[in-house]
Design a protein around this ligand. Structure first.
Ligand code: GTP
Ligand code: MG
Length: 246
């Protein structure tokens, strides 16, 4: 199976080298691509100098979620079977990639979330962020009918069904992880969570300061409603695509 690790980055010149080194040390046969979201620092130059493939947005688009259409399309065009998102800020560990990839490789899941809250080890995020994560995890668990503990986790693996969905069918803006999870579910993706340990960001600041975190709740609720309304349509289109492929 062809596996791609997409490292998403925006002004991560202080972190990117150690992230790429970590991925090189633990590489068990995956390819790496850096999706740079219009950094104004040396992120792109450092990654290219290290010999990595880089897709560089000429300008910053859509916050961290602006990188998703690029990695889905890159993955689809290069015929990858499994795609993982890996943050360029040093919070994810390459040694844990096998854990999130394995369920997709074994054909048990199409959308795997690395959860910090299953074993409660490592960095657990700030108090306010945890409230938001808990609220959305509960709501999404109810909608998909299975327990989700860390819906906002950026450490994820996707199988072909999800790659097809976001490269061929759903080309609109992706605004948050509720939308990503719920649309994948509507497309028939089997969801699984595995325990992972995350670290604190090495350098720099998170995209989610106090104000953005507050807006994040309202935006999330609107997104969830939108996904419920689109469920039937996504199901129908994905059914047609998979029927055609068989
Ligand atoms: N802030 C920001 N980050 C981006 C953007 N595009 C890509 N990223 C990358 O997205 C990843 C996650 O961003 P963070 O701001 O750390 O957000 P987070 O990890 O979801 O939140 P924390 O748990 O608070 O760190 C990092 O590797 C960023 O470099 C962007 O436009 N803005
Ligand atoms: Mg982060």
């Amino acid at each position: 199976m062809k596996i791609l690790i997409a490292v998403i980055a925006y002004n991560e010149e202080k972190n990117i080298r150690s992230v790429l080194d970590d991925l090189a040390v633990h590489n068990f046969g995956y390819d790496v691509v850096v999706i740079d979201n219009g950094s104004s620092d040396r992120t792109v130059a450092i990654a290219r100098k290290m010999g990595e493939e880089v897709v560089a947005h000429p300008v910053n688009v859509g916050g961290q979620f602006g990188t998703l259409p690029s990695y889905f399309l890159y993955s689809w065009m290069n015929r990858y079977d499994i795609l993982c998102q890996f943050d360029g800020d040093g919070q994810h560990k390459a040694s844990e990639l096998k854990k999130i990839i394995e369920p997709v490789e074994k054909g048990e899941a199409d959308y795997v979330i690395g959860s910090r809250f299953l074993e409660k080890k490592g960095f657990q995020s700030s108090f306010f962020r945890r409230i938001g994560i808990r609220l959305f995890s509960l709501l999404d668990s109810w909608i998909v009918g299975q327990k989700i503990t860390d819906v906002t986790s950026g450490f994820r693996a996707y199988g072909k069904r999800v790659i097809d969905l976001f490269s061929l069918v759903y080309k609109h803006e992706i605004c948050d992880t509720n939308q990503l999870l719920l649309l994948s579910f509507s497309a028939g993706a089997r969801i699984k969570e595995v325990p992972v340990e995350m670290s604190e960001r090495l350098y720099g600041q998170s995209e989610f300061g106090f104000f953005k975190s507050s807006g994040f709740i309202l935006k999330g609720l609107i997104n969830i409603l939108g996904c419920i309304l689109q469920k039937k349509q996504i199901k129908k289109i994905m059914g047609a695509i998979n029927g055609n492929q068989d």
